[in-house]
Design a protein around this ligand. Sequence first.
Ligand code: SF4
Ligand code: SF4
Length: 429
Amino acid sequence: MRRRDFIKTCGAVVGGAALAGGFSAVAKAGAGPDAANIRNYHPDMTYRPHGLTGATVSALGLGMMRPPMKEDGKTPDADKFIDMARFAIDHGLNYIDTSYVYLGGESEKITGRALGNGYRDRVYLSSKSPWWLMERPEDFERYFDESRRRLNTDHIDFYQLHMLMHRGWKDKAVPFRLVEKINKLKDEGKISYAGFSFHDGLPLFKKIIAANPWDFCLVQHNLLDGEHEAGAYGLQYAAANGMGVSIMEPLRGGVLAIPPKEVVEIYENYPDRRSPVEWALDYLWNKPEVSVAVSGMSDMKQLRENLGYAKRARPGMLSAADMALLGKVARQYNSYPGQVPCTGCYNCIPCPKNVAIGYLFTIVNNQYRVTHDLARAHRLATASMSPVQRGDKPGACDGCGQCLAKCPQGIDIPAELKRIDRELELYKL
Ligand code: SF4
Ligand code: SF4
């Protein structure tokens, strides 16, 4: 049954019972998908259904956002990146994710080169449409065509409205009718599956799912994100509505790979020894509702290791004791001070000084608790954003106080922005 027909029959799933009952198009332990029907099958890779799309995707996907760098530390090493992508495909990976904006457009171009020599037909290619760059509705088609040109392909398999959040949904997706537009691309056969990537809270996530029979979504999730953004419930909710669930930031931008010493001790005291990266990926693959974990690997060593982990990936692969360990790890990460009690509801925007208040607090919080360094946290969180996404610097706040009455958490927003601005060496340069 196509997802559109399924939704027509059932309506959007809203009840906990449906979540508890699960859904047939999620990964099952030991189900053993039929190799003949899998694009780029390799016996050393594991594969999962991508919701009701009919696509079966590798448990590990390659994000084309964090390339290896040349010696200057600033320039992407395109040749190395291409070698990595092809090595991954030669070992059974079949999901490659990029976007119009990654690396200022270089990511799509490098991806297009990587998929030459017959590699294009061996993968599902995923890219994204940047609402925040659009000034008029027709820009949607213009960006799509430019992505296809850069990627050197007529067809994009998984195409998404990039980074939907309160502002993007309200100011661009709805008035520019972007949902109708992406559905039209699908009807015309220019894309196979329509989806969205997401950075906001659960209420908006459910609202967007109810607005369209989406094929899939790309959400941030990892062992620290149980309640962050769509959260663990959001993944189940999307899967129960028949959607494929792609995961971004499985390692929180890499910070889960290098844990603080207290977390290292927790791992070292556990009898089953795995690397922090393997634990982080296993946390996701344990969930049947997860289709593919998209990781931005930036060297061959990471890639080889992750391909090795993906070979063992199974839904239900973690024991109760393993889950208790990861709960302990998450509590340790969450115990670090210096966070803002912001829930990311975005009631406080727009700010007349263009400070992306709640978004700034959320990203700083998420990185701060693992880096203990606010300047580094902010750099990590905003490295791939355009100035428009990032908003103006926190020091632009003039203390007008318009946001104070709108914050349900009673946060002294101007004071927090001042503190953050003081700590951000980035803005003192
Ligand atoms: S209104 Fe308060 S809780 Fe909501 S996003 Fe803004 S600062 Fe965060
Ligand atoms: S107090 Fe600062 S952050 Fe709040 S609305 Fe005014 S300028 Fe924006």
